[in-house]
Design a protein around this ligand. Structure first.
Ligand SMILES: NC(=O)c1ccc[n+]([C@@H]2O[C@H](COP(=O)([O-])OP(=O)(O)OC[C@H]3O[C@@H](n4cnc5c(N)ncnc54)[C@H](OP(=O)(O)O)[C@@H]3O)[C@@H](O)[C@H]2O)c1
Length: 333
């Protein structure tokens, strides 16, 4: 048995497109589901189905005939109404689960996030036994946590499913982390300690893990319901990483510093002002972003290595080389 007809939700997005590429390398029949239409996917021979995750009929119709679904799509970000996140991340995932069941999809790989367990404090070398926190500072981690729990429950009820938690995905075509750092380069400050470590993952390594998860469900159905952190297995100072990104974009490194407390207070003030005046754009800082920047988070990935044979094939050094080559070809960097 192998992956034959695969649907990638959000196949036109950053990670989604990398998963699509890996599936094409494996000669799979590949479909993508999203609201937009992506010329790159047309060029790759991917069948695109346009629809909204929040609309159950769209999702059920799109999954007809699929043996494998990679549910990669989500509403990421640090700002927006709870409802707008809930619609995509929770209702959308519930619709994905329902559509898998209605169409007898053989396996589901769900992209989650380590932010679901982020508890405002340092997390160093923690594994998947770390519990969910009792509160969240932003709708993204909160709704991703509900979605993850829904998939775990669906797996308990018989839907073969694996959940992956990639932390800070980066690489060529990154539309969040890299452009976010580069566009704010002149205003960025080191928050808290310079030595805090953070896990990241190169986009093709994250995509590899998704394929391994689907194949793992075929060779060992007992893995269903498992949650895995995935990373470069090479935690780095987050400021060293940010400065490596800036170097790749030909920009000078971050030098200014502010304390973790000042950053958190700035987050409170920005959130209050942006809510009061109903400003739609992202605030320069939020409480969640301030806490994330001021703490270590890196994970023990022994479980994914042992169960799925995951190894980060592209090293951080090689990934940065590829990022720099790509950035040098983009007008905006
Ligand atoms: N990037 C990271 O550092 C990171 C870290 C941890 C976890 N993750 C997780 O990894 C996954 C992929 O993230 P990414 O960075 O690749 O995001 P991305 O580039 O923003 O892609 C998200 C995709 O989701 C689709 N989508 C969003 N809302 C939709 C809706 N209502 N209906 C149908 N499709 C919808 C978008 O397509 P349309 O807009 O065309 O609909 C887009 O293709 C997400 O689950 C995210 O939570 C990402």
């Amino acid at each position: 048995m192998k992956i034959e007809k695969a649907m990638v939700t959000g196949g036109g997005g950053f990670l989604g497109k990398a998963v699509v590429r890996k599936l094409i390398e494996k000669n799979g029949d590949v479909y993508s589901f999203s609201r937009g239409r992506y010329p790159d996917l047309d060029a790759m021979g991917v069948t695109q189905v346009q629809g909204d995750l929040a609309n159950r009929e769209d999702v059920v119709a799109a999954f007809k005939g699929m043996d494998t679904v990679f549910h990669v799509a989500a509403k990421p970000g640090i700002w927006g109404s709870y409802d707008s996140y809930y619609q995509v991340n929770v209702t959308g995932t519930q619709n994905v689960i329902a559509a898998c069941k209605e169409n007898n999809v053989a396996r589901l790989v769900h992209t989650s996030s380590p932010s679901v367990i982020f508890d405002d404090y340092d997390m160093e070398n923690v594994d998947e036994s770390v519990p969910y926190p009792d509160h969240y500072l932003a709708p993204y981690p909160e709704t991703k946590a509900i979605a993850e729990k829904n998939v775990v429950q669906a797996a308990k009820e018989g839907l073969p499913a694996i959940i992956l938690r990639p932390h800070l995905i980066w690489g060529p075509e990154d539309n969040h982390l890299f452009p976010g750092i580069v566009s704010r380069a002149s205003r960025l400050k080191i928050v808290g300690s310079e030595d805090d470590l953070v896990d990241t993952i190169y986009v093709d390594n994250a995509a590899d893990a998704h394929i391994l998860a689907a194949e793992g469900l075929i060779s060992n159905p007992e893995l269903s319901g498992n949650v895995y952190f995935i990373s470069q297995d090479d935690p780095m100072s987050k400021w060293a990483m940010a400065n490596a990104f800036l170097k790749a974009a030909g920009k000078p490194p971050i030098t200014g510093k502010i304390s973790a407390r000042t950053a958190y207070i700035a987050g409170v003030v920005f959130e209050t002002v942006y809510k009061l005046f109903r400003i739609k754009s992202d605030p320069p800082l939020t409480r969640f972003a301030a806490k994330e920047m001021a703490t270590s988070h890196w994970f023990n990935i022994s479980r994914v290595k042992a169960d799925l044979g995951y190894v980060p094939k592209v090293s951080t050094k090689e990934g940065l080389k590829r990022l720099e080559a790509w950035a040098s070809e983009q007008d905006e960097f």
